[in-house]
Design a protein around this ligand. Structure first.
Ligand code: DX5
Length: 220
């Protein structure tokens, strides 16, 4: 079963609560909150306060994507604010093993995200501490970027590694996911698709955009 998560990075920041509820009503499986600190990525977005504000408004899992340096400093704050999954970047900490242990100790699901240049080998020693690997299919920092086709092979190789290791780890993808690229990433092995600008845009409603995304996967 493929899950689709709405990234609020492309939502109307003046109406984040309503836009999260719109995505819930349309039928998304979770909300992904893209936290950016202006250092790990050039953009700056949300803090724990936004997670706390959204928590009572939707019944969906809140996945917090930490595109920040020193994520270990903020795990408790985001968990206390209501995060259901904390996704840290392998590139953002020299102590990934300890960070994932800390997330697990907070009774929150642990995700690791890899930038396009980061090899899968850097995950080998932490797969037993990981609930989801999120493969970036754009260079992080902004919504609306073009999908990086070269990451499809990485998703396929990751699926093979997880199967060989017998690891029950979910493969997520994030960046440039639309009705064209969604079938490609699912074919490669992804089961969690994060989508921002394909859901939140002025071309159609969230519901219509989500229906188009799900229709593209109808034969999968
Ligand atoms: C990193 C962000 C984005 C966002 C999805 O830039 O993590 O990838 O979630 O953005 P779209 O779906 O607009 O590419």
């Amino acid at each position: 079963m493929v899950s689709i998560e709405a990234s609020i990075l492309s939502a109307d920041f003046a109406r984040l609560g309503e836009q999260a509820q719109e995505a819930q009503a349309a039928g998304v499986d979770a909300i992904q909150i893209d936290v950016m600190d202006g250092r790990f990525v050039p953009n700056i977005t949300f803090g724990p306060g936004v997670v706390r504000a959204l928590r009572p408004l939707v019944d969906l899992p809140l996945d917090v994507h930490l595109m920040i340096v020193e994520p270990e400093r903020h795990l408790e704050g985001f968990a206390a604010a209501g995060a259901d999954r904390l996704i840290v970047h392998q590139e953002a900490t020299p102590h990934l093993h300890r960070v994932l242990q800390s997330i697990r100790e907070l009774d929150v699901e642990a995700g690791v995200s890899l930038n396009p240049a980061t090899p899968l080998a850097l995950l080998e020693e932490v797969l037993d501490l990981t609930d989801m690997v999120q493969v970036m299919t754009v260079n992080p920092g902004w919504g609306g970027q073009a999908f990086l086709d070269g990451q499809l092979d990485k998703i396929r190789r990751l699926k093979a590694i997880l199967k060989e290791r017998g690891r029950d780890v979910v493969i997520g993808v994030d960046g440039g996911i639309d009705p064209i690229t969604a079938p490609l990433v699912v074919e490669a092995g992804a089961t969690v698709l994060v989508s921002g600008s394909s859901l939140y845009n002025d071309r159609a409603s969230v519901r219509e955009n989500l229906d188009a995304l799900r229709a593209s996967l109808a034969h999968r």
